[in-house]
Write a protein that binds this ligand. Structure first.
Ligand SMILES: C[S@@+](CC[C@H](N)C(=O)[O-])C[C@H]1O[C@@H](n2cnc3c(N)ncnc32)[C@H](O)[C@@H]1O
Length: 331
């Protein structure tokens, strides 16, 4: 493989045509409402606030809950990402990886799936919250760790480092990606999959809606507090700055809602809407009450107005999702 960089957009927004015939959508209503929990959480000394539970290790550094409701949402977004990537867990051209780490693993669902697919690999999943299940494949283990601190992992030790959906979690992606570079074996790969957290519409239908107001307020609060809400588009540059070669960057357009005509986009839209709805309250409560002095009731009202807008067929919101991978040079 030559040392080159490629950027592709595999789906253009122009592909997402609006479905104007509504008869065939009843199954999507069922899909949205029939989702049920699959994982349990550990009962530890967590922070409880406004009816939600938050991590205790490095208390306050991550602003989303870690309770079962949130874990269900993470597993929903995992399914959405698999659908976007044709059920692939990653796109990097890794071969026979032996030592792999999933940074900020959440419920550990990616790490568990990866360990099942690669029984020869030793897979670590680390997170601030020990919310991962205990019945897992023998080749996966979970650690409580803060990936924004200096890493204790041995340098040059991983064949593959993976991180997904860290928008509004991380303050300094550039530093994190440099740490990844140092910890990857020469010839090893790093892959980040991440979002531009703000939705947009091509036809202006999102403008002035409560859904847009929600993201402006909530993600604005995250950004003011120093978190990166739109890392996706910048990943490629950070990979270059860290020294990776053979960088590949791909952008995926994900509609939100049942409005697309194309069945693939409609299905993605249903899962995206389910994920957004499931996260509206949890995503906003800590950011707006801790940093912006909103009351819980004000946050819940905004979330419910945003949810109502998210269900409207004439609001054609979309998200951009990016997959970027790169290789540490052989020498
Ligand atoms: C949106 S979730 C994504 C989880 C998982 N990567 C996925 O795609 O399903 C973000 C996760 O990052 C974790 N996190 C946030 N800041 C972190 C940090 N500094 N160190 C380790 N984990 C962190 C949170 O606890 C949470 O589980």
């Amino acid at each position: 493989m030559t040392e080159q960089t490629t950027t592709t957009t595999n789906q253009t927004p122009a592909n997402v045509e609006v479905d104007t015939s509504y008869e065939n959508d009843s199954s999507y209503g069922d899909e949205l409402s029939s989702y049920s929990a699959s994982l349990t959480s550990s009962v530890l000394e967590y922070r409880h606030e406004n009816g939600r539970r938050y991590h205790k290790y490095r208390d306050g550094s991550y602003l989303l809950p870690n309770d079962e409701k949130e874990n269900d949402r993470l597993d929903m977004v995992h399914e959405l990402c698999l659908q976007v990537l044709n059920r692939k867990l990653y796109l990097a051209p890794i071969k026979n990886p032996q030592r792999v780490i999933d940074l900020a693993t959440g419920t550990g669902i990616w790490a568990i799936d990866f360990a099942d697919e690669h029984p020869q690999a030793e897979v670590i999943g680390c997170d601030l919250s020990p919310i991962q299940p205990t019945l897992v494949p023998p080749n996966v283990k979970f650690l409580v760790d803060d990936i924004e601190s200096e890493w204790a992992y041995e340098r040059n030790s991983f064949d593959f480092i993976h991180a997904r959906s860290l928008a509004i979690s991380i303050r300094d992606f550039g530093k994190l990606i440099k740490q990844c570079y140092r910890s990857t074996k020469p010839g090893g790969w790093v892959e980040f999959q991440d979002w531009n957290g703000y939705p947009y519409s091509e036809d202006g239908s999102l403008d002035g809606t409560a859904l847009q107001r929600y993201f402006d307020n909530v993600y604005g609060a995250f950004e003011e507090a120093g978190y990166d809400a739109r890392p996706g588009v910048k990943l490629e540059e950070w990979f270059k700055e860290a020294g990776f070669v053979n960088i590949h960057a791909e952008k995926f357009v994900i509609p939100c809602g049942v409005w697309p005509k194309d069945p693939h986009f409609k299905k993605l839209g249903v899962w995206a809407q389910a994920g957004v709805e499931a996260g509206l309250e949890g995503g906003a409560l800590a950011a707006l009450t801790r940093f912006k002095n909103w009351t819980k009731e004000e946050v819940l009202l905004l979330a419910s107005e945003a949810r109502a807008d998210g269900r409207k067929r004439d609001i054609h919101s979309m998200f951009n999702f990016y997959v970027v991978y790169g290789q540490r040079p052989e020498n």
